[in-house]
Design a protein around this ligand. Structure first.
Ligand code: SF4
Length: 427
């Protein structure tokens, strides 16, 4: 989401005559787009700000801005704590950036952290910062109102709002005409997308089908889904269209009903497993990935065992796994004790990571001997003689380059794998 927002900010700045600089040391303005989801993310931003402060010694005209969730969360406090920062701009105030920079030029500090109930930046054509020219993000909604107990997003990104269908489809068409072959529709809670324009209602699965209809050569992905909104209609739509990718990221967070209830996730373990069964029924061969938090408030060993057993039941292809990190202002911080000792959080997280490593490797081993359609995205990291791409299941596939180029679709037979990569040859 932040990457996509940076592309919107780059577009707004370009319209004002700014150019993108390759390196911070060559820039007159550096904007740090920030995340508040974990304390660790914020500490990395603080470190980056210290590095940037050093650049001000060589370039006294350098202006440093903090944008995104950390700007929204800390507001003026950040200006007080980080003397090098000139500008603070929240996620719904990017249109105000040029005016705020003018104020900074006049020697003042500037801040706008007003959240909006309407802003979707629908009329902005993002500047594509990812240079592969094959895959791109399209932001289709902003904000979230789920108020999961541990999460800061509803406070930093405001109310949920969906972007109008017409501009989303136009953006997908423009990307396709410019050579892009894959779009990822983005939202904090993407599958609760809902829009009514001129009396016509569009829900997420209908939008997905419309984007897929832009061209059978345009792959469509989406992130991130909430388990409560994974409807049968959505799964049927994915199963029906060859170019809607067979990969669903479905954050479970915990396998324990006690913890899910404390987290205010609005589903139970049973509901979640029912949705997994529905995915397997409507989209055979669909990859399923997840997010897991280890050591949430009050988590007992039996809750942790529930998470482990759920991971085994689902057999995730991939997972993002973290220790619980208490965030100021959240429901959990106000009402629950962060009472699981750090050492226990670490132990549980390690067990989760080790298990996922095995599950990912087993999933990749099952693919040996299969042939997948792969969209080539560029050279592999290790050798210019190899290309890398992804299959519909979002797995990275590496294969000898031959006469293929990025942007090509080709069939690759898998001969080998690591826990993270499939290795094959074009057929
Ligand atoms: S669904 Fe929950 S975890 Fe996801 S952004 Fe919204 S509040 Fe945060």
């Amino acid at each position: 989401m932040n990457f996509s927002d940076s592309e919107i900010v780059a577009s707004l700045m370009q319209d004002e005559g700014y150019e993108i600089s390759g390196e911070s040391k060559d820039a007159d303005v550096v904007l740090v787009n920030t995340c508040s989801i974990r304390d660790n993310a914020e500490q990395r931003v603080r470190k980056r700000l210290r590095e940037l402060k050093a650049l001000k010694k060589n370039n006294p005209f350098l202006k440093i801005g903090v944008i995104g969730c950390m700007a929204e969360r800390l507001k003026e406090q950040l200006l007080e704590e980080e003397q090098s920062v000139d500008l603070i701009v929240g996620p719904d105030a990017y249109r105000d950036l040029p005016a705020l920079l003018d104020k900074v030029e006049e020697g003042q500090k500037a801040i706008n952290v007003i959240l909006s109930t309407k802003e979707t930046y629908s009329d902005i054509t993002p500047v594509r910062l990812d240079k592969n020219g094959v895959t791109a993000f399209i932001s289709i909604m902003r904000g979230c109102e789920n108020f999961c107990a541990y999460c800061v997003v509803p406070f930093t990104r405001g109310k949920e709002r969906s972007r109008d269908v017409k501009t989303i489809i136009q953006e997908a068409r423009d990307l396709f005409e410019n050579g892009y072959r894959e779009v990822t529709l983005l939202g904090q809670n993407v599958n609760s997308y809902f829009r009514e324009d001129d009396g016509k209602q569009t829900s997420f699965y209908e939008l997905l089908e419309q984007v897929a209809a832009v061209s059978p050569q345009l792959r469509v992905r989406f992130a991130t889904s909430h388990p409560k909104d994974i409807s049968d209609e959505l799964l049927k739509a994915i199963g029906k269209h060859h170019n809607i990718c067979n990969a669903i990221h479905l954050p479970v967070q915990s396998g324990s009903n006690n913890i899910l209830s404390l987290m205010k996730r609005k589903y139970t373990r049973e509901w979640y497993l029912d949705r997994i069964a529905a995915i397997r029924k409507y989209i055979p061969g669909c990859a399923i990935s997840t997010d897991i938090i280890a050591g949430f408030c009050t988590e007992k060993d039996e809750d942790h065992r529930d998470t482990i057993s759920l991971m085994n039941r689902v057999g995730y292809d991939y997972a993002f796994m973290f220790k619980y990190s208490e965030r100021p202002g959240t429901i959990a911080q106000k009402k629950l004790d962060d009472d699981v000792p750090e050492s226990v959080k670490s132990e549980r997280l390690q067990e989760i990571i080790d298990l996922q490593q095995q599950l990912s490797h087993a999933s990749n081993k099952r693919d040996i001997g299969k042939t997948f359609e792969v969209l080539a995205e560029g050279f592999s990291k290790k050798s210019a003689d190899f290309l890398m791409g992804r299959n519909s299941q979002n797995k990275v596939v590496v294969f000898p380059k031959g006469n293929y180029n990025k942007g090509d679709y080709l069939n690759v037979k898998i001969n080998d794998c690591t826990p993270a990569t499939l290795i094959g040859t074009a057929t």
